[in-house]
Design a protein around this ligand. Structure first.
Ligand code: AMP
Length: 298
């Protein structure tokens, strides 16, 4: 194993203009680790309840995702549901039942602690900090956060990201965190908070990479049909860190990692939930990476 991923493993209910699914496997950790599993060996740290379906566990295991850090606790698995707007750029959360996730205290198995790569999914910053502190030989660590933690847990979040190499957030969150509307200024302000690499995810409009005053812009991949955008941001993170976990993290590698992130986010949207990952192959991923090269070369 090379990469440790922490976050939610969940059941989701999702409604988009393409249909409705009452309950399916989801969670940030699930999406991140599925996407990263195409690039590197992954171990997850998460908690589920006694209702967690053995078939879902088997699916993760088939993708060779390490489950030693997946705890089962008495009670129910985290449940989230949401509904998307007609253009799918907005989503309204209908239900968040934390269930066993409310008491989540991540403790890393001994075999995880010396791994070089860490992706901290969107959970309470103090927990992100505690996981990072349990790792002893990190080469690259970073993660995701959201408006809730930026607004209500600001000091805790600042204390956590001070130790991160990279931060992945959307443009609204970057503005909120930095207090700057202009994204270049926002990126500089965030670099002063710790992470030397910032990726601003802009949904269907692509992503921006900032690193040492350099900027790389990746477009969004134009799909014929977006079926369900749930997890796209997490799959972006999984593709990004998965690619970097293979070795170098120089400027060129960071740019390629952003494209692999965009590729994984786009595949995620093609089917409901994690369905696309049941059939997706590395060859399809590399073909789409080359397509990105063609559409951005001039
Ligand atoms: P994304 O579409 O990339 O923002 O990720 C959606 C996933 O995040 C869903 O599978 C949810 O189960 C999960 N999720 C939603 N709310 C939370 C939360 N408060 N904490 C952790 N995970 C969440």
């Amino acid at each position: 194993m090379a990469l440790v991923v922490v976050g939610s493993v969940a059941y989701d209910g999702v409604e988009t203009p393409h249909g409705k699914v009452e309950r399916m496997l989801g969670g940030a950790c699930t999406y991140i680790s599925l996407a990263a599993s195409y690039f590197t060996e992954v171990g997850i740290v998460a908690v589920v309840g006694e209702d967690f379906d053995p078939a879902d566990r088997a699916f993760l295991a088939r993708r060779k995702i390490g489950l030693e850090g997946l705890e089962t606790k008495p009670g129910k698995t985290f449940f989230w549901s949401g509904v998307y707007s007609q253009d799918m750029n907005d989503r309204t959360t209908l239900r968040t039942d934390l269930n066993v996730f409310a008491e989540f205290q991540p403790v890393l198995p001994a075999s995880y602690r010396s791994q070089p790569y860490l992706l901290l999914g969107n959970i309470q910053p103090a927990l992100q900090q505690s996981v990072r502190a349990q790792m002893s030989a990190l080469r690259l660590a970073g993660g995701d956060t959201m408006n809730y933690w930026i607004q209500d847990y600001r000091e805790e979040l600042l204390a956590a990201i001070r130790h991160w190499d990279f931060l992945l957030i959307n443009d609204g969150e970057a503005r909120m965190l930095s207090g700057e509307h202009n994204l270049r200024r926002a990126a500089r302000a965030i670099a002063r908070m710790g992470p030397s690499t910032l990726v601003i995810k802009r949904g269907e409009h692509g992503a921006l990479l900032f690193h040492q005053d350099r900027l790389f812009a990746a477009p969004g991949y134009l799909l014929d049909d977006v079926c369900d955008p749930t997890g796209a941001g997490d799959c972006f993170a999984g593709g990004f860190i998965g690619y970097l976990s293979q070795g170098q993290a120089e400027w060129q590698d960071l740019c390629r990692a952003v494209i692999y992130g965009s590729v994984m986010g786009s595949f995620c949207c093609e089917r409901f939930g994690v369905e696309r990952f049941r059939t997706l192959t590395r060859a399809e991923i590399d073909a789409r990476f080359e397509e990105f090269r063609r559409i951005t070369e001039f």
